[in-house]
Design a protein around this ligand. Structure first.
Ligand code: ADP
Ligand code: MG
Length: 634
């Protein structure tokens, strides 16, 4: 922070600084918040106190003297109705003066940054508060003034941070006799309409609801009264599965940070045998913020025998980054460096075991509760699909989890197994269509011939689809094939319905010569012009050659600047269409070549339009259309 931010500073005395701009904005929001679930502030303060205790517990493994003569880490919540204050105290790590400036004057927290980004220019973010953990500053939802008195473990100075949340804060030295022997006291001077948070029953209710999620005991003191224990600090995951209520799970899940919904799925198990560890993890029901941020990592916190070690160790593969929770290992040594942990074979075994188990639990959920599973897939399918090209070892497991929208089931929830069960006679491939817009995919002319034959086509509209499907080897012996690529060998699949005439690749001699003429006319723009098996109502479509990338993938590569030299597409014409037959007649009868050449260009332009592409030459295209209109009017 530079000197201009310091408003008043005297040697050893009080120093006032302006909050970082983002903090001011956040505070303004907190102070003016009309958010109804203001209880969250207490959860945030308790979570901070618990973090501080866990940090000290971990540090004390190296330096036992840090605990001094007070080894029992705990959180104390004190309510004083007379004074209208609420205090959350801990005997954890505490903060130095610099740490106070850093932690309580700026926004270091990624969740809060995310909150502000989401907020954008909107003035009222009160609805968003419930969806993000906004941390310490949420205290200003209920307090006019907040004091934080802290003494860092092992330090011989104590400091007091205080602010009314209106732009500046002050940090000053605090005599040791007025400070905790170690740790932090956060004192809220409650505002008039926050006064109920000095009522013991209100505070007890909130603490009880969230306390069982906190791995540190919590005591409650009413001014002048005795301390009573509200939560014993038993780590939730060490308790028998059947003794944990859904409310406790929800509270724990939310205490993990970042999620404020109900978990869609709870995973809780203990691995025994060669490696022993416990896992308590959750699949959220709504996507967490920045799910597609490439920097986003898995979110399992690592504990060793109930000691918090780190929350940034890679335990889950990237495609499970939406899962949050903890892993508590019984085997890892406590004093390893982060690097050594990352490379430890024990962690390797945990990674493998946890990943496999999550996939198999998801599969079980799909069987036992398809409704919930469908929701999970809708929220996280696009992420899980990354595993299809990143994790070959588990591809089969991931195939079982994948769900699709298809041409016959546009509502989604189709599995590959369903697809295989619905194969049509003589169907040799799993057909798919890639694009970025689900509705446009469903309306694509490429699907018509497939529809006429009752062949189901997977409609793939997630950005990752083009990549995995391109690398996919096939499922149950059937290769994946794009309906926009190569010749669609579906001639042998019988049409649905008795008299439905499905388009066929063979054409009569007249149509064949017209197609040759079209090809010559469009030379340089297309690699070939041929009759289509794909089309039944539309006149034409573009497809990719057999060898090259699928049309959808090509567009994606082009958009990301990775396409070298896009291959020329093939224009397929519906030779069975009366319009095309009449054009063929006219051509055979020596009709006007210029008008027929215009028709060739207009076919190409409409095939491009169906893919959302502009005409090759918009001005020429308009001229051709108008000429045609003029002609048809006589
Ligand atoms: P977060 O907890 O996600 O980091 P907060 O806004 O809740 O974000 O807190 C900001 C920072 O303030 C914490 O990271 C921590 O460094 C510091 N802090 C807050 N409360 C305490 C406390 N009771 N003891 C020690 N440090 C604390
Ligand atoms: Mg916090």
């Amino acid at each position: 922070m530079d000197a201009t931010d310091t408003i008043r500073s005297t040697d050893g005395g009080a120093e006032s600084r302006r909050f970082e701009a983002d903090v001011s904005r956040l505070l303004h929001l907190m102070v003016h918040s009309v958010y109804s679930d203001r209880d969250v502030f207490l959860r945030e303060l308790i979570a901070n106190a618990a973090d501080a205790c866990e940090k000290l517990r971990t540090l004390s493994l190296q330096d036992g003297s840090l605990l001094g003569d007070d080894p029992r880490l705990r959180i104390t919540v004190e309510a004083d109705k007379e004074a209208r204050t609420l205090t959350v105290a801990d005997n954890g790590i505490g903060m130095s003066r610099e740490e106070m400036h850093e932690a309580l004057g700026t926004i270091a927290r990624s969740g809060t940054k995310a909150f502000l980004e989401q907020l954008g220019e909107k003035a009222d973010g009160s609805r968003l508060i419930g969806q993000f953990g906004v941390g310490f500053y949420s205290a200003f939802m209920v307090a006019d003034r907040v004091e934080v008195v802290s003494r860092r473990a092992g330090a011989d100075t104590a400091w007091c941070w205080s602010s009314d949340g209106l732009g500046t804060y002050t940090v000053e030295a605090r005599p040791l006799e007025d400070a905790p022997a170690r740790g932090t006291r956060v004192i809220l001077h409650l505002s008039e309409d926050g006064a109920s948070y000095a009522e013991s029953w209100t505070v007890e209710r909130i603490v009880k609801a969230h306390g069982s999620a906190v791995p540190v005991p919590i005591e409650f003191v009413e001014a002048g009264g005795e301390a009573k224990t509200l939560a014993d600090g038993t780590a939730l995951w060490t308790r028998p599965k059947s003794s944990i209520t859904p409310e406790e799970h929800k509270a724990f899940y939310q205490s993990l940070g970042g999620q404020f919904d109900d978990p869609a799925m709870t995973l809780h198990w203990r691995a025994e045998g060669r490696h022993e560890y416990a896992v308590l993890a959750y699949v959220p029901s709504t996507p967490p913020f920045a799910l597609f941020d490439p920097m986003r990592k898995g979110r399992l916190k690592l504990y060793v025998r109930r000691m918090f070690i780190a929350d940034d160790i890679d335990i889950l593969p990237g495609y499970l980054r939406f899962v949050c929770g903890i892993v508590d290992s019984a085997d890892l040594p406590l004093n390893l460096s982060r690097e050594t942990i990352q490379e430890s074979p024990i962690l390797g075994a945990i990674r493998k075991g946890v990943t496999n188990r999550i996939l198999s639990d998801l599969e079980k959920l799909a069987e036992t509760d398809p409704g919930t599973y469908t929701k999970v897939w809708e929220a996280f399918g696009a992420v899980l699909k990354e595993g299809l090209y990143e994790d070959f070892e588990r591809r089969d497991a991931l195939y079982k989890l994948a769900r699709f929208s298809t041409s016959t089931h546009p509502g989604g929830a189709r599995s590959l197994k369903d697809y295989i069960e619905a194969l049509r006679p003589n169907q040799t491939a799993i057909w798919y269509l890639v694009g970025d817009d689900k509705d446009r995919l469903a309306a694509s002319p490429h699907l018509e011939g497939f529809r006429a034959r009752g062949i189901e086509v997977l409609l793939l509209s997630d950005p990752v689809d083009a990549f995995w499907v391109n690398a996919a080897m096939g499922f149950e012996g059937k290769p994946f094939k794009s309906v926009t690529q190569g010749s669609a060998d579906i001639d042998l699949v019988p049409p649905l319905g008795e008299d439905a005439a499905a388009p066929r690749a063979e054409v009569d001699a007249k149509a064949a010569t017209l197609l040759v003429f079209f090809k010559e006319t469009l030379e340089g723009h297309v690699a070939d012009v041929r009759a289509s098996t794909r089309l039944s109502d539309s006149a034409c479509c573009l497809v990719a050659g057999e060898g090259g990338p699928d049309r959808g993938l090509e567009r994606l590569l082009a958009a990301s600047g990775r396409a070298s030299d896009p291959a020329k597409p093939i224009l397929e014409i519906n030779a069975g269409l009366p319009l095309v037959r009449r054009l063929a007649e006219r051509f055979a009868g020596g009709g006007d070549r210029a008008a027929l050449a215009d028709a060739a260009h207009l076919f190409l332009d409409q095939a491009r339009a169906a893919e959302g592409l502009p005409p090759l030459d918009p001005a020429a295209s308009a001229r051709r259309l108008n000429a045609l209109l003029a002609q048809s009017l006589g």
